[in-house]
Design a protein. Structure first.
Length: 396
């Protein structure tokens, strides 16, 4: 089985989905890496951010895989998830469950509103995610489930201790929001009324994915320099009182290997450490801290981009604070402060991206900050200077 062909196909799938889903390139890549590591992910964000559509489109690219999807509620019974009672058998006095088409037989799962899991289904859901097993209602030996990985989604973090146990088992946490780059939003609006061409649709065979997860990814080497870098990162986060469990750190090694495998490399490199920005935080407020520490270690240009993001955020906060002031006051603020700072940030971000791309480093963080810069500049032009949105777009 050609492991490199599998990696090429998965990269092609990622590129196709990134083209289709605006501002989701890092999300797509991280989900693919998580599946390759045989782990579970959480996509966290408000409604209407394409969480479900993206998960379905990705999982639908695995040919031959049994796929299972469910939207949980507080009233979802375990039998609905893992296998309803066989009514015909029950009429004959036999208690049996029908497992086909349920979580019990799934290779890939998508669980929406994961933290609305009912109390009745909680233990079985944990067993399904942790050990890939299900205990039948009638008792007896647990059933081994062929699950490779689950993609889960939620609009909010868990509120109680019960669902916090599920949250702890989701190794990768990815935040998504509404589109920020005005040009991407404009493209989204146009796509609602245009007839798109039939998309290219690369797929990968289930057996190839299973081989990658079980054999190819674990065979990727982890050099001593990467071990040292992980130890350095752990110490830096501890100084900021961010402590992840030993289990989470150990499982994260598989993500590093999966990242290298996806890029076609035989050994983990420093650039693979960037996936840890989705692993080592518990609350969204902690994510920027983790991201800065990771990028400080592996990607100095991305760290500078995050510093520029602080400048951009401060300008947006000033614009919000000036709501209701006269157009003259707003124009004066734009001329004296906002215009030059935003222009300088934009030029520097272009330079940073050029340097990062030339050195083969990830541009994800830089691209995200560039989107913020464009979004804030559009707001300044339309809200402070009164330009039409189409004119403001042309200025970008």
């Amino acid at each position: 089985m050609d492991a490199q062909d599998t990696a090429r196909r998965l990269r092609a799938i990622g590129e196709e989905l990134s083209d289709r889903f605006y501002e989701r390139a890092d999300v797509v890549r991280t989900l693919v890496v998580t599946l390759l590591a045989g782990q579970h992910s959480l996509v966290l964000g408000p409604p209407g951010t394409a969480k479900s559509e993206l998960a379905r489109e990705l999982t639908g690219r695995v040919e031959g895989a049994a796929y299972w999807e469910i939207l949980l509620s507080k009233f979802t019974a375990p039998t609905r998830m893992f296998g309803p009672v066989d009514i015909a058998a029950l009429a004959r006095g036999e208690y049996r469950q029908v497992y086909d088409g349920r979580a019990t037989t799934a290779h890939i799962a998508f669980i929406d509103e994961i933290f609305k899991c009912s109390t009745a289904a909680l233990n079985e859901t944990l067993g399904f995610l942790n050990e890939r097993i299900y205990h039948p209602e009638s008792g007896g030996e647990p059933i081994r489930c062929p699950l490779i990985g689950a993609i889960t989604a939620s609009n909010e973090l868990p509120a109680g201790e019960d669902t916090a146990a599920i949250y702890d088992r989701l190794l990768v946490r990815i935040e998504v929001g509404y589109l920020e780059d005005p040009s991407n939003f404009a493209a989204l609006v146009r796509s609602a009324v245009s007839r798109p061409a039939a998309p290219v649709r690369t797929t990968v065979e289930l057996s190839a994915l299973q081989h990658a997860v079980a054999e190819a990814v674990p065979a990727v080497a982890v050099p001593d320099m990467i071990v040292d870098a992980v130890c350095t990162l752990r110490a830096a986060l501890r100084r900021k009182e961010l402590v992840a469990s030993d289990r989470r750190w150990r499982q994260a090694v598989g993500l590093l290997q999966a990242s290298a495998y996806l890029d076609g490399r035989p050994a983990v490199a420093e650039t693979d450490l960037s996936v840890l920005t989705h692993v080592l935080w518990d609350s969204p407020a902690q994510r920027p801290i983790v991201e800065r520490e990771v990028l400080h270690l592996v990607n100095p240009d991305a760290k500078e981009a995050l510093d520029l993001a602080d400048v951009i955020d401060e300008l947006e906060a000033q614009l919000d604070a000036m709501a209701g002031q006269s157009r003259e006051a707003l124009s004066d603020w734009v001329i004296k402060k906002a215009h030059n700072k935003l222009a300088m940030a934009g030029k520097r971000l272009e330079k940073l991206r050029e340097e990062a791309a030339g050195a083969g480093r990830s541009t994800t963080a830089i691209d995200r900050v560039t989107g913020r810069q464009r979004a804030v500049r559009t707001r300044v032009l339309t809200e402070a200077l009164g330009m039409d949105a189409s004119v403001a777009q042309a200025q970008l």
